[in-house]
Design a protein. Structure first.
Length: 407
C-alpha cells in the first residue's frame, strides 16, 4: 500500500506538475504580451485587477478543496451516485451564490475603483469573473477527489490557452486592459464547460441523494485557510497600487509575477498530495510520509528557480518583459523568496485539511492580519515593502510548521 500511494503521488504529481506548468507558462505569455502591449502604467492596472481576481479565487480554492475531500470519501466507497449528487447540488447552490456575490461586489465597485485609482467600468467587468470562480471548482474538485489528474490538468490548460488566444486578439485590435480582462473571464467559463467531458462516468451514474455530514464544520476552517493563502499571494500587488507611483507598480508587478511562478509552479504537487493523503487518513494510515515527500519536491523545485533568478535576473526580465522592465532586475530575488516560503507553508495548510484537523488553520487569520499591518505601515521604499513581505511569510511558515506537529 505504501508503495502504491507513493507511485500515485509520483504519477499524479508529474501529471499535474506538467499541466499546471503549461497553465503557468501560457499565463506567463499572457502577462508578457500584456506588459509589452500596455506598457508599465496600464500593466500596473491589469496586474492589480488580476490580484483582485486572485482574491476572488478564495472561494474557488476553498470550494474545490471541500468538494475534493468529500469526493475522495465517496470514491473510497466506490459510490459514483453520491458524487453525482454532490456535483448537482454544488452547481445549483453556487450558481445562485455567484449572482448574489456579483451584485454585492457591484455595489462596492465605485469605492474600490476610487481606492485603487481604477475606473469603475473596469472594476465591474472584473466582477464577472465571480461566476466562473464559483462554478469551476465543483467539477475540478470532483476530478481531483476521484484522482482524474489528467482531466483536472486539462481544465487548467484549456483555461489558460483560451484566455491567451482571446486576450491577445483583443489586445491587438486595441481593447487594452478591457481586452485582457475579457479574455480572462471567457477562459474560465469555457474551461468549466469543457470540464464535464472528463466526468462522463459520474454524469452517467444513478444519482443517489444523501446527507453529507460534516461538510459545514469542515467548510469554515477550509475557507479561512485558503483565504489566508490567497491573500498572502495577492495582497502585495494591490497594496503596491495604493502606496507607490503608477510606473513603479508596473515594474514591481513584473517581478512579483515572476516570483509567483514559484508558488503556482509547485501548486500541482500539493494538489496531488491532497486526495492521496486524505485517502490514506480515511483508511486509518499515516499520511505524514506524503507530507514529507511533497515538501521536499516543492523545496527542490523552488530552489532551482531561485538560483536562476539570483544569477541571471536581468536576462530573464529582458527576454520575458522587455528592456524597459530591467530597472528592477536587481530586486527580483526578494518577492521570489517570499513566494517560495508561501509555497512551503501551503503544504502544511493543506495537510491539516487532509488529516481532518482543519481548526489548526484558524491560526492563519492572525498571520494574514499581521501581513496587512506590516505592509501598510512599512512602505517608505519598495525595498522596505519587500522585506516586510518576506518577514510576514517567514512568520506564517513558522507558525504553520509548529502547529502542524501539534497532537
Amino acid at each position: 500500500m505504501e508503495n502504491k500511494l507513493s507511485k500515485e503521488l509520483t504519477k499524479g504529481g508529474i501529471i499535474l506538475f506538467i499541466c499546471f506548468n503549461i497553465f503557468n507558462f501560457l499565463n506567463l505569455i499572457f502577462n508578457f504580451m500584456a506588459a509589452r502591449f500596455l506598457g508599465p502604467v496600464d500593466y500596473g492596472i491589469l496586474a492589480t485587477l488580476m490580484s483582485i481576481i486572485f482574491i476572488f479565487s478564495i472561494p474557488n480554492e476553498a470550494i474545490q478543496t471541500i468538494i475534493s475531500r468529500f469526493s475522495t470519501k465517496f470514491n473510497v466507497e466506490k459510490d459514483k451516485g453520491k458524487i453525482k449528487n454532490l456535483m448537482i447540488k454544488g452547481v445549483k447552490k453556487f450558481a445562485i451564490l455567484s449572482v448574489i456575490c456579483f451584485l454585492i461586489f457591484a455595489s462596492f465597485s465605485s469605492l474600490i475603483g476610487k481606492f485603487l485609482f481604477i475606473e469603475n467600468r473596469l472594476i465591474l467587468l472584473t466582477g464577472i469573473f465571480l461566476f466562473g470562480t464559483f462554478l469551476i471548482p465543483i467539477t475540478r474538485g470532483i476530478l481531483q477527489g476521484t484522482k482524474k489528474f489528467s482531466g483536472l490538468g486539462f481544465t487548467y490548460v484549456s483555461e489558460s490557452l483560451i484566455k491567451l488566444i482571446l486576450a491577445i486578439a483583443l489586445l491587438v485590435i486595441g481593447w487594452g486592459v478591457y481586452g485582457a480582462i475579457t479574455g480572462v473571464i471567457l477562459g474560465i467559463l469555457a474551461a468549466f464547460v469543457l470540464s464535464f467531458f472528463s466526468l462522463k462516468d459520474i454524469l452517467g451514474a444513478q444519482r443517489k441523494k444523501v446527507k453529507i455530514e460534516g461538510i459545514y464544520s469542515y467548510s469554515l476552517p477550509t475557507l479561512i485557510s485558503l483565504a489566508s493563502i490567497m491573500v498572502f499571494f495577492s495582497l502585495d500587488t494591490i497594496l503596491a497600487r495604493r502606496f507607490f507611483p503608477a510606473d513603479t507598480v508596473g515594474y514591481y508587478s513584473a517581478i512579483s509575477n515572476l516570483g509567483k511562478i514559484i508558488f503556482l509552479g509547485t501548486w500541482g504537487i500539493s494538489r496531488a498530495m491532497f486526495p492521496l493523503a486524505s485517502e490514506k487518513h480515511d483508511e486509518k494510515k499515516d499520511a505524514f510520509p506524503l507530507l514529507e515527500q511533497s515538501f521536499l519536491v516543492v523545496l527542490l523545485i523552488s530552489a532551482a528557480v531561485l538560483f536562476f533568478y539570483f544569477t541571471i535576473p536581468k536576462q530573464i526580465i529582458s527576454i520575458l518583459y522587455g528592456n524597459q522592465y530591467t530597472v528592477v532586475s536587481g530586486i527580483l530575488i526578494y518577492p521570489s523568496i517570499a513566494m517560495t516560503i508561501l509555497a512551503l507553508t501551503n503544504i502544511f495548510v493543506l495537510y491539516n485539511l487532509c488529516v481532518n484537523k482543519p481548526k489548526r488553520n484558524y491560526l492563519t487569520i492572525f498571520f494574514t492580519v499581521l501581513q496587512v499591518i506590516l505592509l501598510s505601515l512599512f512602505h517608505a521604499s519598495l525595498m522596505q515593502f519587500m522585506l516586510m513581505l518576506i518577514l510576514s511569510n517567514i512568520l506564517f511558515f513558522l507558525g504553520m510548521f509548529i502547529i502542524s506537529f501539534k497532537d
